[in-house]
Structure formats: C-alpha cells, structure tokens
Design a protein around this ligand. Sequence first.
Ligand code: SF4
Length: 303
Amino acid sequence: MEQFVPDYYKDFRCAAAACTDSCCRAGWLIPLDGETYDYYLSRKIDIAAGTETDPDGDRVFKLNPDGSCVYLKDGLCSLYTVCSRQGEICEKYPRFFEEYDGFREAGISVSCPEAANLILNRADNPYHDLSRKTDDRLLAFLVSARAEAMKMIYGEPDPDIALRRLVGYSAQLQELIDADRLDLIGECGFGSAPRLRLNMPAVRRFILNETEILSERWRELLGSEPCRAGTKLERRNYLAYLTYRWFLKAINSEYVLGQCRLIAVLYRLASQLCGDYRLAVRLISREIEHDSENVDMLLDFLE
Ligand code: SF4
C-alpha cells in the first residue's frame, strides 16, 4: 500500500539524552510487544521485573513515581543501551500511521519536542501533495476537501481567520454529506469566516474534570488565566498539522464538522494557554491526541 508523509518526516532525529522533554518521562503506559519481550528474555534481561499488566491486559513498562519509565537511565533507554533493541512502540515514536482505503499516511507527533520544532518552524507548506487514490466515494470527497483546506491555510496570512474559514467550509461540506450530494463539492468555498462559538472555559473545565490527566504541568496550564500565545508562523503550522492529522478521520463518523470543531478547540487551547506555546502544543498532544478515549470524549462534548 502506498504511504504518504509530510516533507519534514524524513528529517526527524531523536535527541536522545539531549532531549529537553523526553517521551520516556511522559507518564504513558507503553505496551511492550511479545516478540521484543522474548528477545529481552533471550538476552537474559529480567524484563518481567520492569513490566506489568495494565487494566486493558497489555504488558506495559512500569513507571517510577515521577512518571518516568523504569528503564530510563541518564536520559537514555537502558534496554537499548544493553542490546540495541527497543519495543515496537518505543522504536516508532513519535511517528504515527493511519490506514485508509487505498493508501496509508504517516507523520510525526508534536508531542515530541524535536518533531514539534520541525513542524512549527516550517516556512513553506510541507503538505503540498495531498492527492490520494481511493475507491471510497466519501474518502475521495474528504481527500479533495482537505487538499483545498490546506491550500487555504497556507494562502491566508492570518491563521485565526484560516481556522474560522476551515470551520465554515466544513459546515458546507457537512450539509453535502448529510444530503448525499458529494458531487456538489465544487460549490463549497472559503468566502465566509463565521465567528466561532467555542466555549473555551467550558472546554477547559471538561478536560480538567472528565478526561484522564497524566501530568501536573497539564493540570496547571489548564487552570491558568487565558492569554495570547504563539507566533503566526507557529499557529499556522499547528493548524496545518491538526488538519493533516484529524480531517480525514471524518471517514469513520461521517461528521467532518465535528472533526473541524476538534481541530478548532485544540488550536484555540494552544493559543490561549499561558507561557510557552510549544509546551502547550506538546502537552495537548500528549494528553489528548495520544489518548483515543480522551479524543472521543472531547468529540462527544463538542457535538
Ligand atoms: S521526546 Fe522525541 S526527541 Fe525526546 S527522547 Fe522521545 S523521541 Fe527522542
């Protein structure tokens, strides 16, 4: 199956011990695949002592009380140091993969500081080729709409207005989906930039009270006074990243307006959380994007 990636994908390099905010300290319960588990056993590593079974029945790495992986030593994975092999998930991170009917897409997640720097510093459009071949009629519609949306995002000087245009466009697309008139996609456009009615204080309260919170930093940030964060370049690149990652997921729900509301809420959160924009983007990704239950809960809340 053909795989597509953004331009920056190939440039990613893990900073390892020099990382400023290691994924191994994120508080994630990382599953270890059986093949690597057996390999560690064959190398006489007492891997059972450093792993446990999580509530879903997966074998996961144990965490220290501060949320760091028990195998993190001096900023490096001690398992890799000993035998040059990591579990599948550790090895792939921060890469993510999405399979669709006829093609596969990959990217890197802004939850990693090195990936975030590559994505948010970009001066040009790294998603210039978004054409995809598929036999699925709705997916073809969404693919075509996403490509138009991305052109608009990189053509509109103000990313806040681009966000409003995106949501306005998705409302038009949704009407066509609901009426089963996908053939009329050419009639949808970005002329209007309607005001966004997003109740951000309520969104923050919902995230604080209803979603699983992994880090105190995230809790503190959600409770801080709203302020203005991020340069136009960072905000535009974050909006494009979110659109690349979340727009086509409407294939599952047939609700592209909901996906774009999710994009809008994540974008606004990053812009309003005080302090370091990149930290906010990273924590949003670690706490929301990487937890499908939190994403689903947020989507339901936004309906
Ligand atoms: S967060 Fe990124 S750069 Fe840091 S250790 Fe993990 S993969 Fe490497």
